[in-house]
Design a binder for this molecule. Structure first.
Ligand code: FAD
Length: 297
């Protein structure tokens, strides 16, 4: 991939400054639940660090269930690694006081970036809904209270709770006007990403929107998430995954599909590529070996 010269000598920690300089490469991880999983994640990150990611992000369990482990994973990575780690933070179910405590803690630990999300309440409505409804309310609090660089979520295929495509794009453009950049939900047709970027541009929004790409290493679980998020898996890709006769072939198909999509996204001018790693290094390494992030720059 020839990434050696992408990172400049000084250590830039604000993702928006990195995006100003070049097309970024980033990976998403989820916080480990056990000591064994923590060791596994460290090994994955040791391997992926060689790809020189610009940043990584760590998810936040629905309703704040991984509050402590997300925080500890982010802070450990920020201290030990040569790239910034960005916590995901969801507001639904939290009080203002809880959010203030969390972001004050992150700031005091030197965390410079945050992905501000609504999150989802469990289907039974518990815990209590909290003080926030929409991610934009969290972005407002973060802007007032911190100097952090703020990312938000974008849904190329429209968020399933939206009243309409038009209202979803309008709310996203408003949210992005206060934030610095967005990362998208995963999708399988590059056209849905380019269409969203055009729709936002028509609303006067030109903030960087980093496409999120998932290698389909676990088809059943990816399909479950895709159904929840309104992401359509192409019939051709699904048929090839179903035809895979062993795990190695499945990984090969997933890597091919993700690589093709990333190449199209890069050709079309995407400002970065965010790979949902599923805490595994193998497929991500193979994808990154085949792509050229500097293409077209
Ligand atoms: P919002 O921006 O609040 O939008 C949600 C819906 O409300 C949309 O339909 C929007 O159009 C609508 N809306 C927004 N503002 C208004 C308004 N003022 N009036 C009326 N309607 C409005 N979830 C987790 O629990 N943990 C994670 O770590 C996590 N990471 C994610 C990372 C990425 C990159 C993405 C794309 C999603 C992630 N999610 C995560 C999922 C996300 O929290 C849920 O999909 C959630 O339902 C929507 O979050 P949002 O921030 O886009 O919400």
């Amino acid at each position: 991939m020839g990434l050696g010269l992408r990172r400049s000598v000084d250590r830039v920690t604000s993702i928006s400054r990195l995006l100003d300089r070049h097309r970024t490469l980033s990976f998403e991880f989820f916080p480990p639940k056990t000591e064994a999983a923590a060791l596994g994640l460290r090994a994955t990150v040791d391997t992926l660090e060689k790809l020189e990611p610009d940043f990584v992000s760590i998810t936040y369990g629905a309703g704040g269930t991984t509050r402590g482990t997300t925080r500890d994973t982010v802070i450990e990575m920020c201290l030990d690694r040569d790239f910034p780690a960005m916590p995901h933070l969801t507001c639904v179910g939290h009080s203002h006081a809880e959010i203030h405590d969390l972001v004050d803690d992150y700031q005091s630990e030197g965390v410079h970036n945050v992905l501000a999300l609504a999150g989802d309440l469990p289907a039974d409505g518990s815990p209590n809904p909290g003080d926030f409804r929409y991610a934009s309310e969290l972005v407002e609090v973060l802007r007032e209270r911190t100097e952090m660089c703020i990312g938000v979520a974008a849904f190329p295929e429209v968020h399933p709770r939206s009243e309409s495509r038009e209202s979803d794009r309008r709310h996203l453009a408003e949210k992005l006007s206060m934030a610095d950049f967005a990362i998208t939900q995963f999708f399988f047709d590059p056209d849905v990403y380019f269409r969203m970027v055009d729709e936002l541009a028509a609303l006067g929004c030109d903030k960087p929107i980093i496409p999120g790409v998932i290698p389909v290493l676990n088809p059943d679980s990816v399909k479950r998430f895709a159904d929840m998020n309104g992401s359509k898996i192409s019939a051709d890709l699904w048929a090839s995954l179903e035809r895979a006769s062993d795990p190695d072939e499945l990984v090969e198909i997933a890597v091919d599909a993700a690589t093709d999509m990333i190449s199209t996204l890069i050709e079309g001018g995407a400002p970065g590529i965010h790979i949902y790693s599923l805490n595994r290094a193998d497929a991500v390494v193979r994808i990154c070996d085949r792509i050229d992030l500097r293409q077209g720059l």
